[in-house]
Design a protein around this ligand. Sequence first.
Ligand code: FAD
Length: 505
Amino acid sequence: MADHDPARDPLYPDPRRQISPQERDALIAALDQVLPTDALLHHEEDLRPYECDGLSAYRRLPLAVILPHDLAQARAALGICRERGIPVTARGAGTGLSGGALPFPDGVLLSLARFNRILELDPVRRMARVQPGVRNLAISEAAAPHGLYYAPDPSSQIACSIGGNVAENSGGVHCLKYGLTVHNVLAVQMLTIEGELLTLGGEALDSPGYDLLALIHGSEGMLGIITEVTVRLLPKPERAQVLMAAFDDAQTAGEAVAGLIGAGIIPGGLEMMDNDAIRAAEDFVHAGYPVDAAAILLCELDGTEAEVSEQVMQVRNLLLDSGATEVRTARDEQERMRFWAGRKAAFPAVGRISPDYYCMDGTIPRRHLGRVLGGIAELSRGYGLRVANVFHAGDGNLHPLILFDANVPGELEKAEELGGQILELCVEVGGTITGEHGVGIEKINQMCVQFQPAELTQFHGVKAAFDPEGLLNPGKAVPTLHRCAEFGAMHVHRGQLPFPDLPRF
Ligand SMILES: Cc1cc2nc3c(=O)[nH]c(=O)nc-3n(C[C@H](O)[C@H](O)[C@H](O)COP(=O)(O)OP(=O)(O)OC[C@H]3O[C@@H](n4cnc5c(N)ncnc54)[C@H](O)[C@@H]3O)c2cc1C
């Protein structure tokens, strides 16, 4: 999207927030007083790398990017923004797929890239205390010599930051068995917009009061700036084995997933790829996938030697009984890693077969996998856009990749509309419009479908309790009721919205 295209503005700029060139210069001068030269960017060429996150269809330049070295600098810069009513968007590694780190017009982007140190790693207490800019994979790499690892493993783990993972409550292949980020974080330290440093949670399994630690997970930078995260480390399983099952139609593969879990098996990971995704990944990394299969399931089993050996046989039989045309067990560790390499590279692989793709993220009850995959295929035909599916099947967390060409006028809008329809299909079967990528700006309209006005009002109440002036990442994740009314997903009676006193940010 071109900068400042009011017709497609996802952030609904509020005229009260537009600042004059003089105010901008005064802001930069004030930030310059509290930050070293290398921590403040404000020239256009320096701002460009920060104009978008992984949802690159939307781009905007912030007024300034700040890259503090420490807490004192971050707090001082936040204070200046607050005094002047300037919105602040936090940014980790910028790999988010829902536009959560898209800069606000006339706002400041606060990058946590320099908060990149592992402060403590204790193999006895099985925990690590890290700064928010530490990469997800770096935690497991640091824990590996102790036979430990950090379980949630987004496919972007080589790049994404743990602060971003908390803010999005990220998932990954192994979250089916080991839980999402929220289940693997013991404590979070965060700065409020008022500059107060809060510690939520602790090393004990429970803490008194409301569970604010859970609340901050998935809060998309709207409640506070995460400045430290304490994660739980797990012992590496003695053995991991992966089975790959091929199916000659995707719905049967979807039903096999429900069958496996229904039989009481919780695999370490259970992933599905359809034919478009299989072909793209095979061509890219030569994982050894059967390119004629309509779908494959990758099922990882982990545990002790004895447990894994027994479950491999059980799962193999269940998959064959569910209609798999072929089931292969990785012959050795190299083959296991190759099977996973194909899955982990599936997104970039799909990027090679289409000029652009739009990645959706919705979650459905597993028993509806077959039905929803059928529905997606029908929508894809209706819109005339191919959809490749590669996703966390065990969690019922879909990732339809809608293939389009942004150079063809109208295709992006068509892809977005198709994406919206897929999310609404997820809601229709009792699911949700996000599994792990967050709402950001991408799914903000579908929040109006998922929630009632009274629920959205409560969300705004929570936001206002942490951030009364609505300065932290405004315009993301929770829609205003005006927005829902315009989207047509809200009953407006005689021109009057429900809850007319609700703030507009
Ligand atoms: C190829 C690819 C594969 C992916 N696979 C997965 C996957 O398997 N599972 C998954 O869950 N996601 C996946 N993602 C999405 C993305 O990597 C995750 O959402 C990740 O957690 C974002 O981390 P980040 O550091 O890049 O955050 P950013 O994109 O920088 O920010 C994301 C959100 O977090 C907020 N934020 C960031 N840091 C802080 C902080 N310190 N304090 C407060 N708020 C903060 C931002 O404001 C924004 O709202 C994938 C992305 C890509 C590009």
